[in-house]
Design a protein around this ligand. Sequence first.
Ligand code: NAP
Length: 319
Amino acid sequence: MTEKIIIIGSGPAGWTAAIYAARANLNPIVYEGEPSNIMVPGGQLMYTTEVENYPGFPSGIQGTEMMDLFKQQSLRFDTQVLTEDIVSVDFSAHPFQLKTSENNKVEALSVIIATGARANWLNLPNEQRLAHSGGGVSACAVCDGALPAYRDKVLVVVGGGDSAIEEGLYLTKFASRVILIHRRDKLRASPIMQERAKSNPKIEFKWNSLVIDVLGDKIISGVRLQNTVSKEESDLDCGGLFIAIGHTPNTSFLNDQVELDEKGFIGTRRSWRTATSVDGVFAAGDVMDPYYKQAVTAAGTGCMAALEAERWLTHKGLV
Ligand code: NAP
């Protein structure tokens, strides 16, 4: 049997695409992914505690609960959900062929890729422990920075790119001080962002420094640093750690069959569209968005991808 539409991924983009596709009678199948040690169905929001910036939830909502509600809404319209990964695709002929982690083969007229991106972490054991327990370590200042736990605290941001600067500037609204820790003595960020950070009295820089451990039992109390030049170690007290060292889009299973940009994100043929380099394959959410990376923008592009897929299927006379 050939499916009309397969949606790969189960974050805000995937579920929103499913809601739209299901309501358009496309009988979508969502491959929500298998839980693993690096990702679980639901994506990055499953690692977030409280989401306060998604419209419609005036009191905020836990990331896990929000993803469950998204899923329930798509099930209401008879979306089929399979807890498998798509491990390989063949887009060289139409209908497309996809293979799952359970070694099942599936054939589809159209595909929406919504596999998201992973925030890069330093991969320190205590960093991961405190990030998962909501103990003051985060990879998203815009998601978590406004939480009461971070108010009037010294907050540390790791990274030297535009994200680190942007997150640092954002955190100055709440923090008593923001310390930007960078592994070199020169920022990668654009000059205008550098200027903004350097002229903000709440921001300090610590150059040539690596965070080599995160201190604290249930809640972070500080970070251990190593100077990259002298190799000396020192401890720095802080009330929050924000990692901003880039994202890695989840595209390896595509095996270069869809055009990616220079950073590995799926490129779309036109701005404000979700059609990829392969006719009938669309992309939504963080896997195609290196810039906004928000739940609400991912949901928006999920909607766009489903509408575009439906129009493409209709235009081709396939549904
Ligand atoms: P990025 O430009 O790749 O910068 C990543 C930063 O993290 C670099 O400074 C890098 O250090 C550092 N880093 C990487 N791995 C590290 C590690 N293991 N330990 C310590 N430091 C590490 O990523 P980004 O800042 O997320 O930006 C991504 C894209 O989005 C960029 O094109 C950026 O311009 C854009 N963006 C723009 C804006 C804006 O204009 N407002 C805001 C956000 C993002 P090195 O410098 O030593 O490599």
